[in-house]
Design a protein around this ligand. Sequence first.
Ligand code: RIB
Ligand code: CA
Length: 303
Amino acid sequence: MGLWIDTDMSVDDVFAILLLQTAGEEIDGISLGFGVTPLTQVARNAAGAAQAFGWSIPLHAGAERAILGGQEHATRILGETGIRTRGRTLPEAAPPPLPPFLPALTAWLEAQERATVLALGPLTNLAVLALARPDLLPRIERIVWMGGGVTSGNHTASAEFNAIADPEALAILIARGVAIRMIDLDACRRVQIAEADVTALRAAPGPNADLLADLLGGYLDIALERGRETMALYDPVAAAAYARPDLFRFRSVRLDAELTGQHTRGRTVVETRHPHTHNAEIAEDLDAAAVKSLCLTALGAAA
Ligand code: RIB
Ligand code: CA
């Protein structure tokens, strides 16, 4: 079974890819899309991470805007690069001109019988695929998506960032019947990192230990600045749900995207009643300690 990653390549996206590699997963391709930063910065981050960690996964350029043209970012929280740090940064690698994602993703799907897409950002690229090549959608067994929130949001009170950045993209995928396994904020917030994890990572042997500790520490600072002592891991939890589904309990639900609410646009509406309407899954429970260990082990291995 093949794996394709669609990402806005912020820092937790990098951690997620490191987790997959340490778990022995083969990644066939990566499509980049706008998200916490504009696409140009996403491409720079991807090139820098590839250089720092020796990735040779093919990279492709995707959407600069949401399907209806909006451009929501999260630089207010994550800074201009989308990757906060306590010192060291990813290498400044000029990204080569990237090929467009759609021909590559369609060619890849044509060669698959059962494919999974791990989506770590807004769902725009995948909605473009759904509109351009609906005939290929049955080849996608599921999209494992870090996004949404069953009970609340993070970008707004109601909406998680990846959801509100392009709710119409989510609605398109739902309408086209693509199976989505949503690893939402509630699930991700079960897996928290703290200062002790940064300290331990800095002590790891290896040339990237300080870099990774600075990036993990910069990520933790988002929470520390808000008076919290721990920070949730997001994208690595979705990567773990792909690599180690045995660590999770999934539940069938009805998933819809709120598109019009004045205060609730981007909310993921989860309905557990009426099983005949169910169209998606959420991670209802997980072994948080094991998932955290997978992530920190991967960072230690990449150090
Ligand atoms: O809301 C968290 C999500 O937004 C994560 O995927 C993070 O990387 C950003 O894309
Ligand atoms: Ca992301």
